[in-house]
Design a protein around this ligand. Structure first.
Ligand code: FES
Length: 253
């Protein structure tokens, strides 16, 4: 298998409701990666057969320390919360095709929903390094589930939306964009399917952009064809050809 490593856990902390941030040490190998790519992590203990795909939230300048943010979605991810500093994790990655950066786009809109938010932060850092303007609209369930707000604020204007209105705008990111006209050249988004579909419908004919799709995965490396998505160019594998697709590329069933 490609890109298989043992990565040492540097920390693993609860940062919001059901949400954890883990730092991993990538070692001496070259860990350069495209923002929007992911790690496929084997859960320790041998109880769980399938690896868990988790996107990269941030890396340090030399790509030595890699941070991921994951949500507890079931037994497997709950098990991951018990991983302690110093343990080694069996990790495949970086995997997939991430967010391309458009040289001719100066103002950028990032739209993230829930556990889809993390990969947008590494992307935003790289966009800021190119002096692009970054505006973020981030959607959460409630104030307890908000995470990484400070990191996104360090990139530029950041709007928090919560379903129950307990923090920021009351409503989801699509409601926010209906109420607020934001001028931008290129959209990048990751989050739940209804949000991505709504953004596609709203912007595909008028803007450039890229959407990252979440999908259940088995192999994570393009071998099992278990994560297919219908696109205008035929069926594509979310794990290898994606998870990032162009605005207007995916056909929704
Ligand atoms: Fe196997 Fe995508 S998960 S091809």
């Amino acid at each position: 298998m490609e890109n298989k490593n043992n990565m040492k856990v540097l920390s693993n902390n609860n940062i919001a409701e059901d949400t954890w941030r883990m730092s991993l040490y990538a070692g001496d190998r070259d860990f350069s990666f495209m923002a929007g790519t992911f790690l496929n992590i084997k859960l320790p203990g041998g109880r769980f057969l399938l690896r868990r795909p988790i996107s990269i939230f941030s890396a340090d300048k030399n790509n030595k320390t890699i941070d991921i943010i994951y949500k507890v979605m079931g037994e497997g991810t709950e098990y991951l919360t018990h991983t302690r500093e110093g343990e080694l994790l069996d990790v495949l990655g970086p995997l997939g095709t991430g967010f391309p950066i458009q040289d001719d786009s100066q103002s950028i809109l990032l739209v993230g929903g829930g556990v889809g938010i993390p990969p947008l932060y590494e992307l935003g850092k790289r966009l800021r390094e190119q002096n692009k303007t970054v505006i973020s609209v981030l959607g959460f369930k409630n104030s307890e589930s908000v995470f990484a707000e400070e990191e996104f604020r360090s990139l530029g204007d950041t709007h928090i939306c919560t379903d129950d209105g307990s923090a920021g705008f009351r409503g989801n990111t699509l409601d926010f964009l209906k109420d607020h006209e934001i001028d931008f050249d290129c959209l990048y988004s990751c989050g739940p399917l209804p949000m991505l579909k709504g953004l596609d419908e709203k912007y595909k004919d008028i803007k450039k952009g890229y959407l990252s799709f979440e999908e259940r995965m088995a192999c994570g490396i393009g071998a099992c064809y278990g994560c297919m998505k219908e696109t205008k160019d035929g069926l594509k594998r979310v794990c290898k050809d994606g998870p990032v697709f162009r605005l207007g590329e995916v056909i929704y069933g």
